[in-house]
Ligand binder design. Structure first.
Ligand code: THG
Length: 376
């Protein structure tokens, strides 16, 4: 029997691993890998190396197909109530045309998802979800609570413009008005007679934040081609959410850094989105109060490791004097720190900044030190 080299294993494609309108373009532009996210193809790499695309994102501009960030649309007179039931972030002062990053939790305060929530109007919200089943969860809650809402997944395919020159490119296409869009605000902008919802947001912190264009069906294709026609002067390239840039920036990934075995208090970056001291009611509130009173038993930390390469496809044990104290959940080589950096779920009482730990990479024991997130 021959054993197989991991890098030779291919993911078999099928219709149920949904395509996006942009895949027709991207597959001709040097795409080398997909990952699967919400049962949809999400581009994960192009011909340029990870390091080359990192510098490209920091200097120039990229177009990303992030259609796999599916929308769960909640509409109707009880829309607000249903959305608020699902998140520990108090949305009672939320405003139309604003986005809200919000942890969703269940009755045991376990993390269900961490969507960007768009408030379209008082009676219509879109949950732009990470990789877990929110559609059925929302439908089930609506039935159980007898809410007057419709819950659906509209065919919206986000095209993101990210990177240092994203603002310049967007201004060239949509005019000066787009430069007035504030962080996590959205508005409607026209291109060739088609109105698109565009938000100042995205999973990259270059140029503070880039832009996300929520395109209906294949209405984004003309725009996609136009970006590549007129984006040459900004050296536009196709790209995708970038492993290194997102770890350096402290942008978290559901299923990697945390999942439904975690509660949001275990993640410091979520603390500002947990409102336990207001009147608002949501699933898991009592449980969260209890966890807060008792203190968490583990915490997501940053880690810096003295090594120059890593590939994290599963959690890697972290030890102190050979005793397990937690696990590495995401990691990469960071050009900024000239070290491996990553996120690690660390048990109490070891989750302190400055704690020295060990980790086995490439069959060798490496040393690391814990730190707070984000890195930059
Ligand atoms: N954009 C949209 N939908 C998404 C993502 C996205 N859905 C899936 C996934 N990404 C959800 N996860 C995140 C994680 C972090 C952020 C957004 C979505 C983010 N966080 C900022 C931060 O941490 O600084 C902003 C937080 C804040 O409100 O202050 O942007 O990328 N459409």
């Amino acid at each position: 029997m021959h054993s197989t080299n991991m890098s030779d294993i291919k993911l078999a494609m099928a219709r149920r691993l949904r395509s996006t309108p942009y895949t027709s373009r991207i597959e001709k532009q040097g795409l080398t890998s997909y990952t699967i996210y919400n049962r949809m193809k999400l581009p994960a790499g192009f011909k340029d190396s990870l390091i080359d695309s990192y510098y490209h994102l920091k200097r120039d501009v990229q177009a990303w197909c992030v259609s796999a960030e599916r929308q769960v649309k909640i509409e109707g007179q009880d829309a607000f109530q249903l959305v608020q039931l699902m998140t520990c972030r108090d949305l009672s002062n939320s405003k139309d045309k604003r986005c809200y990053y919000a942890p969703l939790i269940d009755s045991q305060a376990r993390l269900i998802n961490d969507p960007v929530i768009l408030r379209i109007s008082k009676n219509e919200f879109w949950l732009s979800i990470a990789d877990s089943d929110v559609l059925l969860w929302a439908k089930g809650l609506a039935i159980g609570k007898n809410y007057k809402v419709t819950v659906s997944e509209p065919d919206i395919n986000i095209l993101a413009i990210q990177g240092a020159k994203s603002l310049l490119l967007m201004e060239k296409v949509f005019g000066k008005k787009i430069t007035e869009l504030k962080f996590f605000g959205f508005d409607y902008f026209e291109f060739n007679g088609v109105k698109h919802l565009i938000a100042r947001s995205g999973w990259s912190k270059q140029s503070k934040y880039g832009y996300e264009i929520y395109c209906k069906g294949n209405e984004g294709l003309e725009l996609y081609d136009h970006f590549f026609d007129i984006g040459k002067e900004y050296n536009i390239k196709p790209g995708c959410p970038h492993l290194i840039e997102r770890i350096e920036s402290g942008l978290l990934s559901y299923g990697n850094d945390f999942d439904d075995s975690n509660n949001p208090l275990e993640v410091d970056l979520f603390h500002k989105f947990i409102n336990l001291d207001t009147e608002v009611e949501f699933l898991g509130k009592d449980k969260l109060k209890k966890i807060k009173a008792e203190g968490v038993s583990q915490k997501l930390m940053g880690i810096k490791i003295n090594h120059d390469q890593i590939n994290v496809s599963d959690a890697i044990e972290i030890t102190i004097n050979s005793k397990r104290v937690g696990e590495l959940r995401s990691g990469c080589f960071s050009p900024t720190f000239s070290k491996v950096i990553g996120t690690a779920m660390i048990n109490k009482p070891f989750f302190e900044t400055g704690t020295q730990v060990e980790i086995v990479i490439d069959n060798e024991i490496k040393t690391g030190v814990l730190c707070n997130l984000p890195f930059v």
